[in-house]
Design a protein around this ligand. Sequence first.
Ligand code: NAP
Ligand code: MN
Length: 266
Amino acid sequence: MADRRNVFLYYHPTNEVEEKLAPLIEVAKQYNFDIVSNYQEANIIISIGGDGTFLQALRKTEFQEDCLYLGINTGDHIGFYTDFTLNDIDSIVAAMKNEQVEVRKNNLIEVSVNGEKPFYCFNECSIRSNVIRTFVIDVYIDDMHFETFRGDGLIASTPTGSTAYNKSLGGAVVDPRLKAIQLTEISSLNNNEYRTLGAPLILSGDSTLTLKVVQDGNDHPIIGADNEALSIRHCHDIKVNIADKQVKMLKLKDNSFFQRVQKTFL
Ligand code: NAP
Ligand code: MN
């Protein structure tokens, strides 16, 4: 860690956050960390905010594979991606010096729409009808036509994202050490004409999931990459894979995934 000295801070600048951040910046400088203004020069990227801010930090810094990401919550509580709070600067500096922490690697999903350059998702990719009507999607697992979905939409989530939107849709909570893609339905219509599995489906990380939007005039779904909406017109097919690259996060040793799940939901 000795050579990891360049720190990029990602946050929504408000007077309140900047005031709270000042002591951290001071202490970091004392320990010879440099605060850089270009994330491409950073080896540690710190997000200050909630889990939603952490997701934005990943996207805005283009999911740097050789950086360590660290999430700091601005409130008192910690979240799934924010192990630290601004009230506890000592733990943050200890983490930056690699004390009492572990590095957790998380898989990303890679999504390509109509064969174009793929984008990454850390929690999930969601595909939802943008009008009040249902839309129809043919679901393929690898090259096999699996089902024809009609309803509000589908989401493909990562194990680390399984506790977010996926869970609200009745999906399973998945250990992030597993390499997998989970497909969950948003209000599927099931009748004698349309039939879907009606249960969350967990695919191996080697699978390719292909969603072909049936072109019936309702083919402009809203595509969500974590908390960002992408507007893609004439969406024909969406391919989802586990990406080759991973994201490394600095985590406190006493805040394992299942401890977090227990603290949040039980
Ligand atoms: P948001 O709508 O403000 O918040 C969604 C909530 O999910 C927040 O409490 C957020 O924590 C939390 N969260 C984010 N990632 C999580 C994870 N991996 N496990 C457990 N909780 C998580 O949106 P946001 O804060 O920008 O977060 C984006 C995420 O919201 C999306 O990736 C999606 O998973 C989720 N979402 C859920 C629903 C739903 O459940 N019906 C609908 C749309 C989106 P913080 O308060 O710390 O930010
Ligand atoms: Mn949020």
